[in-house]
Design a protein around this ligand. Structure first.
Ligand code: AHG
Ligand code: MN
Ligand code: MN
Ligand code: MN
Length: 315
């Protein structure tokens, strides 16, 4: 049996970086326990506050954020925390050398219906400042709270998958996740069809046309509505995820957030042999202009992502 600590020791000589990941893993164990019992303890529903994104915060968004804040606050290696649920970057008392950017609870719309949600995180060095491109990440990962609880991690090498056992220990269950180059499964919120740009419309129309269309094969569509769950499926068996820039999200720059949703997921997908783009440039090359900046996200199996890029290149 390989534990998280065994894996971390083999992946990096930097014990402080390892400790940051251990703190996020510990947050995941706590959040998992809260999610299991939320309905019993009356922690379902909204709290009445609105976060910096203009979204109604749910009780579990706030609780999850507090758990991460508390765990990282105890770790001397952490200097700054950026979170979806906090307007400003928080300087931690310990003044450590790492920045953590996190979506403490991803998939808010699925919280009250017992569908997989997650925690996403990105680790950067304090010296590079708050607005570093995804390429500068030192590590990234997510925790998926589903039928099993998985921790998916990449420092700079392979993408590893851990499963939480009954003793709350993270056990390595896949040492090297790999996204197949080709796929016949795509994920996009098709209810937004009327807002799409020509590239998205063109690409999806080809997929819907199936084996008699230009794509030449029959496609299937899956959309969980929790990015963590959709990305996890793609890491396990391939696929493509699209939350493109559309006419409704254009003013904000997109729907998903660059620092704590797009970048860590792109880091993982690329590490597993997949591809990640805004449609027009590599996601990991984008230099952020703000900590809560939004960005179009297209990632997954490389052949499929390239098809979308070809659509964008047409106009
Ligand atoms: P969050 O719950 O952290 O705000 O993120 C929700 C995101 C992401 O998980 C998902 O892919 C997307 O919102 C779903 O958007 P739609 O509701 O438009 O399908
Ligand atoms: Mn949210
Ligand atoms: Mn999210
Ligand atoms: Mn969230």
């Amino acid at each position: 049996m390989t534990t998280l600590l065994d894996w971390l020791r083999a992946q990096t000589d930097d014990a402080d970086l390892g400790s940051v990941i251990v703190s996020m893993a510990a947050s995941g164990v706590e959040i998992a326990s809260v999610l299991r019992q939320a309905a019993i303890k009356g922690q379902i529903g909204v709290v009445g506050a609105v976060n910096v994104q203009g979204e109604a915060q749910k009780a579990l968004d706030v609780i999850s954020n507090d758990i991460v804040l508390n765990q990282l606050g105890q770790n001397p290696a952490v200097g700054i925390l950026i979170s979806e649920e906090m307007d400003e970057a928080v300087e931690m008392a310990n003044q450590g050398r790492f920045i953590v950017a996190t979506d403490p609870l991803d998939g808010s719309s699925n919280l009250d219906v017992n569908v997989t949600v997650g925690t996403i995180f990105s680790v950067l060095g304090v010296a590079g400042g708050l607005l570093q491109p995804g390429r500068a990440q030192l590590a990234a990962g997510y925790i998926a709270y589903g039928p099993a609880i998985n921790l998916v991690l990449r420092i700079s090498g392979d993408v590893a998958v851990f499963t939480l056992d009954d003793a709350d220990q993270w056990v390595l269950t896949q040492a090297k996740a790999s996204v197949p180059d080709s796929t016949a499964e795509y994920a996009i919120n098709t209810a937004r069809d009327r807002f799409w740009d020509a590239a998205t419309t063109g690409y999806v129309r080809e997929n819907v046309a199936g084996e008699t269309g230009p794509a030449g094969k029959r496609y299937n569509m899956r959309w969980v509505g929790s990015m963590v769950a959709d990305v996890h499926r793609i890491l396990m068996r391939g696929g493509i995820f699209l939350y493109p820039l559309d006419s409704e999200t254009r003013a904000k720059g997109g729907r998903l957030r660059l620092l704590y949703e797009a970048n860590p997921m792109a880091w993982l997908i690329e590490g597993a042999g997949g591809r990640a783009t805004t449609g027009r440039e590599s996601l990991l090359e984008v230099v952020p202009t703000g900590i809560h900046q939004r960005i179009p996200v297209i990632l997954g199996s490389s052949e499929e992502v390239k098809r979308v890029e070809a659509w964008y290149a047409r106009g």
